[in-house]
Design a protein around this ligand. Structure first.
Ligand SMILES: Nc1ncnc2c1ncn2[C@@H]1O[C@H](COP(=O)(O)OP(=O)(O)OP(=O)(O)O)[C@@H](O)[C@H]1O
Length: 320
């Protein structure tokens, strides 16, 4: 469905270097990027700010042409065959709406139908289905500007899906949404993928989206693919360590145990980092032998921390 090979995108930027002087520098937003997404997949695209996610999405949707390499989506060259591609994919940018601000949602959706040339009967059936799945009925006749962010996002999803695209590309679809709206949008995307077989690629900073929806994650860092795999593998590779949170009877200096690093000390509490392969039971036994311990908890590294470590470059990863 998506094939990206050796793709790069560079921007020439003019910077002020003095009162009158300008210099030209080149920003490499994406370099030597390669990945494929098969039909029916649900893939999350992650990366720190400025990593190149939006640039990648713009190349996939044909808004930008790559400076080098090839990008193919649904067998088409996005920047050269943008109109043909638009009939086969749906795109939603969480920060922007494609709906008409002053029109009721229903009219905006009707305009989308004309844009995509969806025939009347097919449109009605599809609209009824999307209205049901996205619970649009209570606000179909409300002008878009009066909709809440969550309602507008559901409207945007409907507009992007009226022409039944094979591939849905989303840029931060849950940004700014409250817990309930986020759950509705996630549930909808999951059904779209499992029941309809629509391929989905989404970028997000929300790791809850990833954990809930994406069996596979691509991580971009400095314009390059830094990881391609599932979250368990990411956790195993980057966040293999576990934390032992120990509460001692009284505050004291950092504990000294062979091979165990003390991460943090707060009064009688200490956070110990267990090296990979080290048995927690053995460390606890050693600890209990020499100290008065009130409480102990073992914590796996959360996925947020794992990703933060990867972004900080604690360890270097290459996509496989
Ligand atoms: N039109 C442009 N002109 C110049 N530089 C650009 C342009 N678009 C993006 N860049 C630069 O390319 C790099 C990648 O930007 P991009 O927007 O793709 O990152 P991102 O991963 O989407 O970030 P964010 O999470 O903040 O949205 C950044 O350094 C950005 O400043």
């Amino acid at each position: 469905m998506i094939e990206v090979t050796g793709a790069a995108k560079a921007f020439a930027v003019r910077r002020r270097t003095g009162r009158l002087r300008r210099s030209r520098t080149v920003v490499h937003a994406v370099r030597d990027l390669g990945f494929t997404v098969p039909r029916g997949a649900f893939v999350g695209l992650l990366g720190p700010n400025g990593a190149g996610k939006s640039t990648t999405i713009k190349m996939l949707t044909g808004i930008l042409a790559p400076s080098a390499g090839t990008v193919r989506v649904c067998g088409l060259d996005p920047s050269r065959q943008r109109t043909a591609l638009a009939r086969r994919i749906g795109v939603v940018f969480g920060q922007r709406t494609t709906l008409w601000w002053d029109l009721p949602l229903r009219d905006s959706l009707d305009l989308a139908r004309r844009l995509y040339r969806v025939e009347g009967r097919a449109h009605r059936a599809r609209l009824a289905e999307l209205t049901d799945l996205l619970e649009l009925a209570p606000f179909l006749d409300t002008p878009v500007r009066q909709l809440s962010l969550g309602q507008r996002m559901r409207g945007d999803l409907a507009a992007a899906l009226l022409h039944a695209p094979e591939l849905l590309i989303l840029d931060e679809p849950t940004i700014g949404l409250d817990v309930v709206s986020r759950a509705t949008v996630r549930g909808f995307l999951e059904r779209l993928n499992t029941e309809r077989g629509t391929t989905v690629l989404l970028t997000t900073h929300d790791l809850g989206d990833i954990e809930r929806l994406c069996p596979r994650v691509l991580i971009i860092d400095h314009g390059r693919l830094a990881f391609d795999g599932d979250l368990d593998r990411l956790r195993a590779e980057v966040g293999g360590e576990r934390l032992l949170v120990v509460e001692l009877a009284r505050p004291g200096p950092p504990l000294r145990l062979p091979g165990v690093a003390v991460d943090r000390v707060e009064g009688p509490r200490q956070w110990l980092r267990l090296p990979e392969g080290e048995s927690a039971a053995a460390v606890i036994a050693r600890l209990a032998a020499g100290h008065e311990v009130r409480d102990i908890a073992l914590r796996e590294t959360g996925i947020d921390e794992v990703v933060a470590r990867l972004y900080r470059g604690d360890r270097a990863y290459r996509a496989q």
